[in-house]
Design a protein around this ligand. Structure first.
Ligand code: 6GP
Length: 829
C-alpha cells in the first residue's frame, strides 16, 4: 500500500518536478515562475527568476529528502541506525542554489535551460542572499560537516537557531567599518520549510518545587515564569552525487499565545502583543561576538532555547518510532559545537529524570554516552561562564542539576586526588574565586564521553594548558580531530576552471576522495600542464580584480602577486603585522625608487566585532595605508592595497581561487586550527605562516620546501613571556620596524592626524600582546623569500601544484569519518 502510494505520487509528479534534461528544467522553471511566484517572464524581477529556479531545484531535492526520511524510519524501526545530531549555535551554509546544482549533477543542464530562456545562470545564482547564521570558522565548519555527513552517507540532523538577522553586513565608510542589519529573509527563503506542527515548548525562569510522588520518591517540578514555543524550519542538505539528503533544522521562537485575551478584551492592544514581541526576540539576532556584558542574559536564553527544542525533538522522534527515552543513547549521538550548546548536558538530565522518570544514575550514563564536546578556541576570554545568579534566574532547575552533577563529580575528584582541594577548586563546575560563575567548558568535559580539539597542536595545548586538570582526571576522553573543509563548495563549485583542469588529467574521483589529488604530482614538472595551471590562476585573478574594482574602486593588476588575508579581524590573527610589511615595502620604495620589487596586490577581508574597538581601528589602518599607497605616483604599478568589504562565504568563493599567497600569521598558540588556510592551499595558493593551528599539519603534508615558515614557536613564545617580553627593545634595535611604526605614529597615513592610531601604536609599544615586534623581522625576511620565489614562475607553479596535490587530508570527509570512528561510533551507511 505504502509502496504503491509512493509510486503513483512519483508517477504523477514526474517530469515537471524531477526531470533533469534542459527541457524538463526549463519547463519546470516556467511553471514555478507562474504558479509559485505568480509571474510570467516579462513581469519577472531578477528575484522572481531566482525564486523560480530555486523552487525548481528544491523540487528535485524533494524526492531524495522524502526517501531519506522514509529510510530513516525503516532503519530506525529495525533499530539498525544511530543518528548524528550536530548541535551548533551557528551554521554558515553559504548560498544554496549553486551547491545544490553541483550536488544534484545538473549544473550544465540548468545552465542550458536558462540559456534557452535567455537568462544567465550565474546572475541568478548571484541573486541569492546567503544565510549568515554564524560568525566565522566555527559556523562554517558546522556547514562543511553537514555537507560531508550527507556525502559520505551518515544520517544526521544539524540543529541550530534560525536567526531573523544573521551576522551584520559590513560597509566601509571613510575607512571605518559600519554595521548594517542583515535582512537575509527579506526577499524570501525558498530553501526552508516551516513545520509548525512539530513545535516544542521551552520553559524559562520561575522556581522549582520538590515533592514526593505516589511511590514516595522525591521528585522535582519546574514552575516556569513563562513559556515560549520553538518552530522548526527545515533545510535540505544534499550530499554530492545525491546519495542522501540530511536536514538542517533551525528553531524560531514564537509566543505560545499571540494575544493575551484578557488584555485584548479591555482594549489594551499593545500589552496583548507584548508577549509575542518578547518571545520572538529570542531568535531575532545572532550575537556578532560574546564580549559585551550587556545582553548576556539573552544569549544564554538563545543557547538554552535551541538546545531544549532539539533534545525534545529527538525524544519526540524516538517516541514516534517506539523507542523509550531509556535507549536515547543507542539511537543518537550529539556533538556540542563548542560550549554554546553545553547546557544540553543539564537539559537532557532534566528531561530524563524529571519528565521521563529515569533514575539519576541511568540518566547520567545516557547523557555521557550521548554527548561529545569540541573545543574551538584557546582564547581565555572566549571560554563561556555564566554568573550563578543569572543562570539560576533563567534556569532554576538546571542550576540544581549542575550542583548535583558537581557534587558527585567533586566526590570523584577527591577520591582521585585526596587532600588536594586546589585541584577540586580548579575542576569544579562552579568558579568560586570571586563572583560565582558556572563554567560551561567544565560542564561539557564532565558530561561528555569525548572531548576534542580541532588540530593536533590545539589538542595538545588543550591537554597541557586550558583543560589540563580534566586531562589528568579523564585522559581517555581526549582526542584530536583536525578540521577539514568540503572540496565540493571550496573547489568544485568555487573554482570550476581548476576543477576542470584537474579532472581532465586525473578524473573527478577527487571530489569525494580528496586523496586522489596525489595523482597530480607527476604533472608538477610538466611545462604544458604548468602553463594551463597558470592560465587558470590568471583568469581567476582577473575575476577577482573585477570584483575589487567594483566593490572598492581600486584597480589592481592581475599580473601582480595576490597576497591575501581574509578572516575575522582579531589582534591574535595579526592583520596589523601584514600592514607593517606593506609599510616596510612602501618605505623601501620611497627611499630607493629604482629598486626592483615584485609587484604585489594586498587584499584584506573580514569583519570586526562591533564592540571591538582595536579590531575596528586595524580596519581603519588598512584603509588608511591603502589610501596613501594606492595614490602615490612613486608606488604606482608596484603595490596596491584593497579592503574587500563584507567578507562572507559568497565572497570567499571568489577570493580563495585567485590567491597566490595565503597569510596565516597568527601568533603561535593562538589559532585553534584555521580552515581558510586549507581553502587557500586547495586552490593553489602558497602559505606564509607560523607554526600555529593546522598550519603545522598543512606544512607536514605539502612539504617544508613548499611552505613559507616564519616566526616564534609555541615554546619560544612561552619562554619569551616568562623572561619578560619587552617590545621596545625590538623597536629600538630595528630601524625598519621603527620607521614603519613612526610613519603610522606621525600621522603619515591619516592626513597628519597623529592621534588616530595612537591607541594601536601605544598598545604595541607597551604590551604587544601578540608579539608582532618579535616576529616582525622574521616575517619581513620570509616575505622577501616569497618575492624571490615568485620571480621563478616555473618553480612557483610547481609548488602550487604540489600544494593542491597534497591537500587530501584536509577534506571534511576525512574529519567526519574520524568523528564517526573515534567519537560517535557510527558507520557510514
Ligand atoms: C574557530 C577558531 O578560531 C578557528 O581556528 C577554527 O578553525 C574554527 O573555530 C573551526 O574549528 N573558533 C570560533 O570560531 C569560535 O567561535 C569559540 O570559537
Amino acid at each position: 500500500m505504502e509502496n504503491q502510494d509512493e509510486v503513483s505520487t512519483g508517477e504523477k509528479c514526474r517530469n515537471i518536478r524531477t526531470g533533469s534534461s534542459p527541457d524538463d528544467i526549463a519547463q519546470a522553471f516556467l511553471d514555478n515562475l507562474y504558479y509559485a511566484q505568480g509571474r510570467i517572464p516579462v513581469l519577472a524581477t531578477r528575484n522572481d527568476l531566482y525564486m523560480a529556479l530555486a523552487y525548481t531545484v528544491r523540487d528535485r531535492l524533494a524526492a531524495r529528502w522524502v526517501a531519506q526520511m522514509q529510510q530513516f524510519r525503516r532503519a530506525e524501526l529495525k533499530k539498525s541506525i544511530k543518528v548524528v545530531c550536530y548541535l551548533s549555535a551557528e551554521f554558515l551554509p553559504g548560498p544554496h542554489l549553486g551547491n545544490n546544482l553541483l550536488n544534484l549533477g545538473i549544473y550544465d543542464e540548468t545552465r542550458q535551460a536558462m540559456e534557452q530562456l535567455g537568462y544567465n545562470l550565474e546572475e541568478l545564482i548571484d541573486q541569492e542572499t546567503e544565510p549568515g547564521l554564524g560568525n566565522g570558522g566555527l559556523g562554517r565548519l558546522a556547514s562543511c560537516f553537514m555537507d560531508s555527513l550527507s556525502t559520505i552517507v551518515v544520517p544526521a540532523f544539524g540543529y541550530g537557531i534560525r536567526y531573523e538577522f544573521g551576522i551584520f553586513d559590513q560597509e566601509i565608510r571613510d575607512g571605518w567599518q559600519v554595521e548594517i542589519t542583515d535582512k537575509w529573509l527579506k526577499l524570501g527563503n525558498p530553501w526552508e520549510m516551516p513545520l509548525p506542527e512539530l513545535c516544542q515548548e521551552v520553559k524559562l525562569g520561575g522556581h522549582t518545587e520538590h515533592y514526593q510522588d505516589g511511590q514516595g520518591r522525591s521528585r522535582v517540578r519546574w514552575i516556569p515564569a513563562g513559556v515560549v514555543e520553538g518552530i522548526p524550519y527545515d533545510t535540505p542538505i544534499l550530499g554530492y552525487g545525491g546519495n542522501i539528503c540530511n536536514t538542517l533544522r533551525l528553531w524560531k521562537a514564537e509566543a505560545v499565545e499571540s494575544f493575551d485575551f484578557q488584555d485584548f478584551n479591555v482594549g489594551n492592544y499593545y500589552a496583548a502583543v507584548e508577549e509575542k514581541v518578547k518571545s520572538e526576540t529570542i531568535t531575532k539576532v545572532l550575537y556578532p561576538n560574546d564580549e559585551p556584558e550587556i545582553g548576556k542574559m539573552l544569549r544564554l536564553i538563545q543557547e538554552y532555547f535551541f538546545v531544549s527544542c532539539s533534545l525534545q525533538d529527538m525524544i519526540r522522534i524516538g517516541k514516534m518510532l517506539g523507542n523509550s527515552p531509556e535507549c536515547f543513547d543507542q539511537r543518537y549521538v550529539a556533538q556540542l559545537n563548542d560550549t554554546h550548546p553545553s547546557i544540553a548536558v543539564a537539559e537532557l538530565m532534566r528531561l530524563l529524570v524529571d519528565e521521563h522518570d529515569v533514575a539519576w544514575e541511568k540518566a547520567w550514563e545516557i547523557t555521557q554516552n550521548t554527548f561529545g564536546y569540541t573545543n574551538h578556541t584557546l582564547l581565555p576570554e572566549a571560554l563561556e561562564k555564566w554568573p550563578v545568579e543569572l543562570f539560576g534566574q533563567i534556569l532554576p532547575r538546571h542550576l540544581e542539576i549542575v550542583y548535583e552533577i558537581n557534587r558527585r563529580f567533586l566526590d570523584q575528584v577527591r577520591l582521585a586526588f585526596p587532600g588536594d582541594e586546589e585541584q577540586a577548586a580548579r575542576l569544579s563546575l562552579i568558579d568560586e574565586s570571586g563572583c560565582r560563575y558556572v563554567r560551561m567548558a567544565h560542564l561539557a568535559c564532565v558530561g561528555c564521553h569525548a572531548v576534542n580539539g580541532v588540530a593536533k597542536l590545539h589538542s595538545e595545548l588543550l591537554k597541557s594548558e586550558v583543560l589540563r586538570d580534566f586531562h589528568e582526571m579523564f585522559p581517555e576522553k581526549f582526542h584530536n580531530v583536525t578540521n577539514g573543509v568540503t572540496p565540493r563548495r571550496w573547489m568544485a563549485l568555487s573554482n570550476p576552471r581548476l576543477a576542470a583542469l584537474i579532472s581532465g588529467v586525473i578524473g573527478d574521483g577527487w571530489i569525494t576522495q580528496l586523496d586522489e589529488l596525489r595523482k597530480l604530482e607527476p604533472f608538477a614538472d610538466d611545462p604544458a600542464f604548468q602553463e594551463k595551471w597558470r592560465r587558470v590562476k590568471r583568469e581567476n585573478k582577473n575575476d577577482l580584480a573585477t570584483l575589487i574594482l567594483n566593490r572598492t574602486g581600486v584597480a589592481v593588476d592581475p599580473d601582480s602577486l595576490f597576497d591575501i588575508q581574509v578572516k575575522r579581524l582579531h589582534e591574535y590573527k595579526r592583520q596589523h603585522l601584514n600592514v607593517l610589511h606593506i609599510i616596510t615595502l612602501y618605505a623601501r620604495l620611497k627611499r630607493y625608487p629604482a629598486s626592483d620589487c615584485v609587484p604585489r596586490t594586498f587584499v584584506f577581508g573580514g569583519k570586526a566585532a562591533p564592540g571591538y574597538a582595536m579590531a575596528k581601528l586595524i580596519i581603519k589602518l588598512i584603509n588608511s595605508v591603502a589610501g596613501v599607497v594606492n595614490t602615490d605616483p612613486d608606488i604606482r604599478g608596484r603595490l596596491n592595497v584593497a579592503f574587500l568589504p563584507d567578507f562572507n562565504v559568497k565572497t570567499g568563493q571568489q577570493v580563495y581561487p585567485a590567491a597566490d599567497l595565503s597569510e596565516q600569521i597568527s601568533l603561535a598558540g593562538e589559532e585553534a586550527s584555521g580552515t581558510g588556510n586549507m581553502k587557500f592551499s586547495m586552490n593553489g595558493a602558497l602559505t606564509i605562516g607560523t607554526l600555529d593551528g593546522a598550519n603545522v599539519e598543512i606544512r607536514e603534508e605539502v612539504g617544508a620546501e613548499n611552505f613559507f615558515l616564519f616566526g616564534l614557536k609555541v615554546d619560544e613564545v612561552e619562554e619569551l613571556k616568562a623572561r619578560g617580553y619587552d617590545p621596545r627593545k625590538y623597536y629600538d634595535s630595528n630601524p625598519a620596524l621603527r620607521e614603519a611604526i613612526d610613519l603610522i605614529r606621525s600621522g603619515h597615513f591619516s592626513g597628519g592626524n597623529a592621534q588616530l592610531f595612537a591607541p594601536l601604536v601605544d598598545l604595541l609599544m607597551q604590551r604587544d600582546n601578540y608579539m608582532l615586534f618579535a616576529d616582525y623581522q622574521p616575517y619581513i625576511d620570509c616575505q622577501d623569500r616569497v618575492s624571490a620565489a615568485f620571480r621563478d614562475q616555473q618553480n612557483w607553479t610547481r609548488m602550487s601544484i604540489l600544494n593542491v596535490a597534497r591537500m587530501g587530508k584536509f577534506s571534511s570527509d576525512r574529519a567526519v569519518r574520524e568523528y564517526c570512528d573515534m567519537i560517535w561510533k557510527v558507520q557510514p551507511v
